[in-house]
Design a protein around this ligand. Sequence first.
Ligand SMILES: O=P(O)(O)OC[C@H]1O[C@H](O)[C@H](O)[C@@H](O)[C@@H]1O
Ligand SMILES: [Fe+2]
Length: 211
Amino acid sequence: MIFTEPRLCDISVATGMLQNADGHYRKSYRDLTGLYADSEAFDAILAQKADAIAYEVTSYTPGAKTSDIIMGVTRMEPGKVGREYFLTRGHIHANGDRPEVYHTLSGRGVMQMESPEGEVRLVEMGPQQVCYVPPYWIHRSVNIGDDDLVMFFAYPADSGQDYGIIERSGGMRVRIMDDGRGGWVAEDNPAWRNRTPDEVASILNRAEAMA
Ligand SMILES: O=P(O)(O)OC[C@H]1O[C@H](O)[C@H](O)[C@@H](O)[C@@H]1O
Ligand SMILES: [Fe+2]
């Protein structure tokens, strides 16, 4: 039997990156087109810095099985589009029955979660707080602070990401907005449509089919 070699990776909290990683992807503001409520404010950002990095992910993938764990670091810029705080695209795991752990290293964030049936959970996170995102929850990170939000994450390597689930429902159910007093407030997204019972069943069945 050949055992996987252990791997030590330093985390640079200052740069928000995993060292000795084997994966790195960046999302520019242009890549986030269509995610925010205020399209005029978003266009103004695009005019300034369409190709600047909005968030980036460095990761290490030891293998491809359920029993392999992908680990990495996400770094998000601070800011708002109009009143709406910067966010990641968000996804549900394509194999929905896969959880994820997020450990905030610096900055302040909200882990925004939504169940297939449209229940909402919002978990505010600061440094040295760990959030367990259970199986089947759609999840997205929101930077509600004035500085970079840097989070360590880990999840089973066969999770996969389904981004279409958010597009198909007109976004997530709530938007995380500036409350005007330096904090945040969740406001209903009027474009949101709940998933049908058939869609919910297919999310659950798909996970069974992949198991
Ligand atoms: O995948 P996104 O929604 O763009 O979010 C960016 C990243 O957020 C987390 O850190 C996840 O663990 C990553 O898998 C994900 O890629
Ligand atoms: Fe995930």
